[in-house]
Design a protein around this ligand. Sequence first.
Ligand SMILES: O=c1ccn([C@@H]2O[C@H](COP(=O)(O)OP(=O)(O)O[C@H]3O[C@H](CO)[C@@H](O)[C@H](O)[C@H]3O)[C@@H](O)[C@H]2O)c(=O)[nH]1
Ligand SMILES: O=P(O)(O)OC[C@H]1O[C@](O)(CO)[C@@H](O)[C@@H]1O
Length: 937
Amino acid sequence: MATRTSVPDAPAAIPPPTSGCCCSDSVTDLGVPCLQANAMRSPQERNTRLENMTWRIWNLARKKKEFEKEEACRMSKRLPETEKTRADATADMSEDLFEGEKGEDAGDPSVAYGDSTTGSSPKTSSIDKLYIVLISLHGLVRGENMELGRDSDTGGQVKYVVELAKALSSSPGVYRVDLLTRQILAPNFDRSYGEPAELLVPTTGKNSKQERGENSGAYIIRIPFGPKDKYLAKEQLWPFIQEFVDGALSHIVRMSKAIGEEIGFRHPVWPAVIHGHYASAGIAAALLSGSLNLPMAFTGHFLGKDKLEGLLKQGRQTREQINMTYKIMCRIEAEELSLDASEIVIASTRQEIEEQWNLYDGFEVILARKLRARVKRGANCYGRFMPRMVIIPPGVEFGHIIHDFDMDGEEENPSPASEDPPIWSQIMRFFTNPRKPMILAVARPYPEKNITTLVKAFGECRPLRELANLTLIMGNREAISKMHNMSAAVLTSVLTLIDEYDLYGQVAYPKHHKHSEVPDIYRLAARTKGAFVNVAYFEQFGVTLIEAAMNGLPIIATKNGAPVEINQVLNNGLLVDPHDQNAIADALYKLLSDKQLWSRCRENGLKNIHQFSWPEHCKNYLSRILTLGLRSPAIGDREEQSNTRISRRKRIVVVSVDSGSKEDLVRIIRNAIEVIRTQNMSDSTGFVLSTSLTISEIHSLLVPAGMLPTDFDAFICNSGSNIYYPSYSGETPNNSKITFALDQNHQSHIEYRWGGEGLRKYLVKWATSVVERKGRTERQIIFEDPEHSSTYCLAFRVVNPNHLPPLKELRKLMRIQSLRCNALYNHSATRLSVVPIHASRSQALRYLCIRWGIEVPNVAVLVGESGDSDYEELLGGLHRTIILKGEFNIPSNRIHTVRRYPLQDVVALDSSNIINVEGYSTDDLKSALQQMGMLTQ
Ligand SMILES: O=c1ccn([C@@H]2O[C@H](COP(=O)(O)OP(=O)(O)O[C@H]3O[C@H](CO)[C@@H](O)[C@H](O)[C@H]3O)[C@@H](O)[C@H]2O)c(=O)[nH]1
Ligand SMILES: O=P(O)(O)OC[C@H]1O[C@](O)(CO)[C@@H](O)[C@@H]1O
């Protein structure tokens, strides 16, 4: 478990003054403001106020206890099951425990869980020409003048990905880096965020192609998705990720071909890796890597499970409230999916792996070690797979590193006052005595950064106030009233506290600063012999800590999260419990008043900061990337394209209705075909049937109904695990002469991480454990169904769907076992299909579009009101969706549900790409297709 300190229990009565702090008159506890302020009031007023406060505290404590009880109850129900499954999974691999634990990785600080290439020099050379795709969806991302701290989404990750893209593109062997993000065209946002492409200038300032040599450089590519004229916070992005994926696909295909023209002897140069940053980009990268059959990497930046646990421990919100605010369940599911699909996960610290990733169903430290050991000696893993976890901390750009200070912080060649950076006077104007040491905090105005506790620590500690000034850099603002709710709340609390403690003249909180001025701010603090402070409740990494060290500023940092490891390397400050304001005040006082300690910390920071370097990061990173398997997408060549009907189509209608009877399905297909025929569009419009049926079931559905399979260009069957193309020999189509060709390329696209026989055996064993109980008798209800199975689809027959476990439990079980697959219920939950992780109907559709060069917006998908459990995935994206409503729809069953959150959290049901139509007559379908722009008349 991650180290976290819970909120202290509330006192039974008014809290007594504490003695732990260096300031004698301080009072400290949860939400208890300063007694000094109270001293001004009348005794009666003071009593009422204190009484109110006591009630508030009592009430908070009571609420917290209730949440804790609920949580404990939930956990006690859940844990034994989960732990048992975990233990089973690990025990299955038990023979390797010794080897795995003694593996060569143990004790190696820079690598985790079985990667033996650490330290070896990268295999990149001038011959390699890598194209790398990074994705960071949220935040305002740009290369120049980053607006860090502008809102709660514009922070360390933005800087991280931009600097990484620049550093990678300057590394030997890399040809081009594209950082894909969202295009933002909303009013009040700078137009630069709407530019489709931006060249990132390397830190060294080298810009021209000549200076970059053979390298094409790093670019930010902005893909439009979601509402055109609206900026979306990261919590609101989930419903639009599929749109991003469709947009990104066409960029990547185009760019790979263009690079191929430049350096690849006309063969496309596909990305060596698709790397998602943060949970939302994890889903995007997983879908892109699946549709393109390319390796995926993932960096979490801030993991949802840890955040959820931290928020629950704070006891201010219930699980449901947290989910409403942070959409945390989507985030956790996206992180689980990223574990399923990634070949490599980059962590910033060992703590991230052992205490954070270890909380996920899909990752477990010991099992990971054992599997890795088995892989190394070529032993059977029984269908189990783990992503490789690698620790590579981020770097700092050394462009600004200080040279002009000695180790005591004195400037060797002080510049005349007129040359001081303008931001210095912007800060200094707040202070009555600007000569005092400056305590500096630089953080997004976000509750988790815990800025209010810092202000309380400062405000309530008289000696500290006398000794130092406090500077708070909390983003940029025009007016608090115009800020995002969460940021506005933080700012308001901070200003209220400043007023309450009467800190005027002692605290600076400038409205504006440029990103390029941040190093100057650290320098100013160092010049005053001040300290940097970051007391976030939890810090995933803490870019600010390395920035401070680079500028010769000692630190006080939270003991929760990565700062522990950062301080082990830098040894440039003290760690504190972020909930303990006395401890914060004490540490600050100590660091600022002990001259020797301060100089030692500064010196250590400057001496060791080179261990956080982007070039080193890239070297290490690229050496991992080069170990990834060679995979590439299937794109129909010219000859294939001219021989295949589907590639000549301008538009495609996909019938994907699962919610009706077979008769309804046949009628829907017949009516749709008729609409296209009567419009004389049969040549330009193709049909695809997309279903959980097998190809022989499709045959027996169509032929007896007098229909020809050749009316379709392709069949996506077995829930996306098989694609067939029908064709006929002879002059005219005739059912006896029709053959079905299996798309073998698609098979190679989906085989990634398929558990095969090991998976089958596990499922068969599991199926025997799912029983229906009648009195004392137990009856098995799930049976293997070889007739409906295929190489990449394991089918099971369900005799009583009412006793099926919810799908999400089965998925969880598979993840705990490291069996990476996609399990779904279909045929009204009378069948269970288990297919590869990258196989699904929506992904098969993407595959068809890429392979045959079909524009996704020219595809219309007909679905019912409910469907198989992969049905919801068909609703998002750039294709058109027509939902057929009406009585023919069989209501969906709760066990279908994979989600732990409402549908509207992940699907934009009001999108203009989705329409609803009552019924499925030819007129209904005609008007729907017309509305969707699929008919020419
Ligand atoms: O007003 C501000 C506030 C922040 N910053 C900059 O923004 C970055 C903030 O980074 P960090 O301290 O790492 O915090 P987060 O924004 O919270 O970044 C998240 O992502 C980072 C990269 O993975 C991790 O280091 C963090 O732990 C994680 O919380 C730093 O470069 C700051 O200099 C500003 O320029 N101005
Ligand atoms: O604040 P949250 O929701 O935990 O998420 C943290 C993420 O948001 C940011 O802080 C802002 O970009 C990212 O740097 C980071 O990855």
